[in-house]
Design a protein around this ligand. Sequence first.
Ligand SMILES: CC(C)(COP(=O)(O)OP(=O)(O)OC[C@H]1O[C@@H](n2cnc3c(N)ncnc32)[C@H](O)[C@@H]1OP(=O)(O)O)[C@@H](O)C(=O)NCCC(=O)NCCS
Length: 345
Amino acid sequence: MTTLASRLEVVGVDPANEAAFAAWHHVYDAAERHELGEVATPWRLEEVRATMQDTASHSWTGGWAGVLDGETVASGWMRTPLLDNHELAEVLVHVLPAHRRRGLGTAVLRRLEEVALERGRRVLNSLASWPYEAGPSGAGAAGPGFARSRGYALALSEVQRELRLPVADESLARLATDAAAQHAAYELRSWVGPVPDELLAGWAEITASLETEAPTGDLALEPQAVSLEAVREREALAARQGRTKYVTVALDATGAMVAYSDLATTEHEPGRAYQWGTLVRREHRGHRLGMAVKVANLRLLQRERRDIERLTTYNAEVNDHMIAINRALGFRPVARLGDFQKRLG
Ligand SMILES: CC(C)(COP(=O)(O)OP(=O)(O)OC[C@H]1O[C@@H](n2cnc3c(N)ncnc32)[C@H](O)[C@@H]1OP(=O)(O)O)[C@@H](O)C(=O)NCCC(=O)NCCS
């Protein structure tokens, strides 16, 4: 008997092929919006295309289309780091809502797992989002149900939060003043766009530590390699993606970078901004530097970009300090997500 899934052709997608790539992106976009509606945050087509066409030293990204009777109904996406985490592949699978529960997601995932092994990758991570009300384990939601059934275990539970902008200038000024009393020994520096040359080395080091310094739950992750070249490559990619970075760092008395917060806007999504990382080095915690860099960065964004109305952030469920800061700023929870992990035998 021929099953539907066995008729699915899983083929590599060429980001330069307009029609094929638009069909691929439509599946990913529609599947994400089906789960989260208005608070979904799928990347825009141009952002994914620039990523898949990127030839940077630090990572490789590819896409696959699941084609049934000539129509792209499922999609796969893989990223592998190249300078560190040599056993890791990040994978995503999406299926159009009308075509679910017929084994198509499984067929795409099987292909991704084959490719991962061909590339020497045995540790697979996958990120799935679900409605906030479904709770931290995602019981009853599609992504977690699918991931668990395919042998992926929830390793880190996260919450997506959103802040409506602008926050009243007086509130931000008060938060900044309260924090300032405790970080008088540090200097804050803010900028828009690429990192100034004199801060490049410190920036490369502190941002590389985020993945393993922030709570990682049961996720097996190795520290990210520190590379000045990768910083500049990521900036060049951001420019091709249409993204603009807003950054604030804290320097100690010796000029060492000890804290940072960065966020990004994208020309393909007017009105929205995304909080990326915020980190204070362990030895410098307890001086309200987390609040200081985050508030200063938000003030920078509000000064430069009165058109931005929504700021989205993601935090590990257990990251009490960061969540307390976000609450004080007025962020509210809108969705959940989980990092699922599987080790191929
Ligand atoms: C998750 C997703 C890819 C599943 O696609 P699919 O084609 O429906 O998956 P399959 O038919 O291969 O499902 C395989 C098994 O996963 C489990 N599963 C799939 N959807 C489920 C759901 N909504 N609830 C509970 N379990 C589910 C079931 O055990 C299913 O087997 P069954 O249908 O025989 O019970 C799809 O729902 C989707 O695009 N969701 C949004 C994106 C996402 O969360 N991706 C997962 C992270 S990579």
